[in-house]
Design a protein around this ligand. Structure first.
Ligand code: PLP
Length: 393
């Protein structure tokens, strides 16, 4: 089926679909490291790029290509490069776009390891970076230097759920000739398509919404141009952070239900957020679907829905946060997000506990902040679980 003009949910099912010619298998898997050539001339043509026959799975594999084609089509990109993890996707973008003497501006609330690797490993290669609050465009403008090459953002950000204005970031990138990279993990292409706004590159941890079942770790980079695609694919092939065929097959399977999973999770998240906002042990709730979100209008303008990630502050700081963690039964006490299970975590005592109080606060991590990734269980059960845990404070 040609999916070019199909609706989003039809694309989720059919984009990139391969049909095994010999057996007409609907969902074949090519668990192989290598591919045999018909003869010497065929081998030569494959290596010369004159024949698109497969050579070796680190370079390309049919299951991986199916997934890459599908996600690229969903993001309206040129093509995709799948990777062994989301962090591998982050790193091949850094390696492809930055070199000695270059500088990157990024958001201070990006995924922790995306910042950690930039600040610990890349200075060895003379790459510099500055982290600012990208929800304030002026801070981004002020951080740009003559050697800035990349603007790297994430919206909504984690765990503050702050929203960065994509149109403003595109304008800044154009003005200063920067590549604009957007980590779109929190939204998936169902809720936000940064390339349509003018971003150059989108990346995902497919571990989260795209696969959606908490059973694999995976990543992908989607580019707008062929030039960026070739450059970054070359990095992936040579670093060797390719995706495995079985991992690709599972991810392609998870992708098929992305739309219905997000519809359900976000409908529940809205109800959970409203329940929390009315609770007397809650200081505040941050959720793009609540009018009280400081960027409610911006979220509505650039996202197709508010998503299923909620942050809230329980009264009583670290102690209360821990009480909630110790008393939930349905919600799993775990990092990650975007799966069918509801997950809950307390950054001050868990993911961000190694940071100083000052650093926690500058990243928006307050002592009673709880992050909730709403799953697709019955919403009545999710609310009842939170209700009995909050009663323990
Ligand atoms: C999880 C995550 C990553 C890293 O992905 P892995 O698959 O864990 O390597 C990057 N960005 C965001 C926003 C994430 O949530």
């Amino acid at each position: 089926m040609n999916t070019k003009n199909a609706g989003f949910n039809s694309k989720l099912i059919h984009s990139g679909a391969m049909h095994d010619e010999k057996l007409s298998a609907v969902s074949p898997i090519y668990q192989t490291s290598t591919f045999s050539f018909k003869n010497a001339d065929h081998g030569a043509a494959c290596f010369a790029g004159e024949d698109d026959g497969y050579i070796y799975t680190r370079i390309a594999n049919p299951n991986v290509r199916e997934l890459e084609n599908a996600v690229a089509e969903l993001e309206n990109g040129f093509d995709g490069i799948a990777t062994s993890s989301g962090m591998a996707a982050v790193n091949i973008v850094y390696l492809g776009l930055l070199g000695a003497g270059d500088h990157m501006v990024s958001h201070n609330a990006v995924y922790g390891p995306s910042r950690g690797v930039m600040e610990t490993l890349y200075p060895k290669f003379k790459v510099e970076s500055t982290y600012v609050d990208a929800t304030n465009a002026q801070e981004v403008r002020d951080a740009i230097q003559p050697n800035t090459k990349v603007l790297y953002i994430e919206t909504p950000a984690n765990p503050t759920i702050g929203i960065t204005d994509l149109k403003e970031m595109v304008a800044i990138a154009k003005e200063h000739n920067l590549k604009l990279v957007v980590d779109n993990t929190f939204c998936s292409p169902y809720l936000q398509k940064p390339l349509d706004f003018g971003a150059d590159i989108v990346l995902h941890s497919m571990t989260k919404f795209i696969n959606g079942h908490a059973d694999i770790v995976a990543g992908i980079v989607i580019t707008k141009t062929e030039e960026d695609y070739k450059n970054i694919r070359n990095v992936m092939v040579n670093v060797g952070c390719n995706m495995d065929p079985h991992q690709a097959w599972l991810t392609r399977r998870g992708l098929k239900t992305l739309g219905i999973r997000i519809d359900r999770a976000q409908e529940s998240a809205q109800k959970v957020a409203e329940y929390l906002e009315a609770h007397d042990k809650i200081e505040w709730v941050k959720y793009p679907g609540l009018k009280s979100h400081p960027q409610y209008e911006l979220g509505k303008a650039q996202m197709n829905g508010p998503g299923s990630m909620i942050s809230f502050e329980v009264k009583g700081g670290v102690k209360s946060g821990k009480v909630v963690m110790d008393n939930v039964h349905l919600a799993l006490l775990a990092v990650s997000l975007g799966g069918v299970e509801t997950l809950i975590q307390h950054p001050a005592s868990m993911t961000h506990s190694k940071l100083s109080d000052e650093k926690q606060l500058s990243g928006g991590i307050t002592k009673g902040l709880v992050r909730l990734a709403v799953g697709i269980e019955d919403v009545e059960d999710i609310i009842a679980d939170l209700d009995q845990a909050l009663a323990m404070i």
